[in-house]
Design a protein around this ligand. Sequence first.
Ligand code: 13P
Ligand code: SF4
Length: 307
Amino acid sequence: MEAERAKRIKELQKEKDVVILAHYYVDGAVQEIADYVGDSFYLSKVATKVPQKTILFAGVTFMGESAKILNPDKTVVMADECADCPMAHMITADRIAEVREEYEDLAVVCYVNSTAEIKAVSDVCVTSSNAVKVVSNIPQKNIFFVPDNNLGRYVAEKLPEKHFIFHDGFCHVHKSIHAAELQAAKDACPDALVLTHPECTEDVVAMSDFVGSTSEIIDFATQSDCKKFIICTEMGVFFELQQKNPDKKFYSVGHRQFCPNMKKVTIDKVEQVLEKLGSGELEEITLSDEILTRAAKPLQRMLELAK
Ligand code: 13P
Ligand code: SF4
């Protein structure tokens, strides 16, 4: 990125007291300028600690909402307010109410990739990096895991003592990574390790050497002695993988490892949002007091149980 623009962004941040949080799936130029870059869990923890008055979130809506829920007194703005995760809308509060009727001893476990309204009717939130730990720490035997079916199945396999009720939500990006294409990538590079996000389908997970969140994939590759990796998650992680490991090779599986919503976040938009802040022209994240109060409980519980 041009030094001039980086300087301008930093000046605007200082002048308007803004911290920039970015997910590993956004464009590398945005990751470069952000104050904190990480997976969903790391970013929600960071959001509770930053001193700035305003959080500018370079990610998708549910991430900005979580930051607002955990910091109701701060202003939270999105780099692109249209960047939304389709999976977050794949479960309804009515379906949760129906399942609650069926089981007495039930915990509704909600992947953070969900709307604030869904968090408000859930018992605990999880992210891909803490789901196994959090679910193993809750007393209920019956677990309604929403909305992601693939992450739910992955957690269920690790915790056979629990009884899972699944939902049929999915991430279209991870679902589009096909086992046949992964096999072709493995055949082309037999000495590469396969690192996979748990939002991937069961057959892809079964062919993998390591399964973890975006941060965990980056950490694994960085600590490994291996020099080649096939990466089964959104291509945004390649930026940090390559930054931390200039001597290693990272391969994708196909051409669909691309989240169109995360890619709406650009450095131009970050700069424009910073310029407009305070002008009254920007939509900030707003949630009703009731949703803020109710959705804070499962998020705080996650932060406690994942310690
Ligand atoms: P993590 O950041 O927890 O790895 O999640 C990936 C994701 O899909 C975020 O949209
Ligand atoms: Fe949602 Fe998948 Fe994009 Fe993550 S990668 S924001 S889960 S669509």
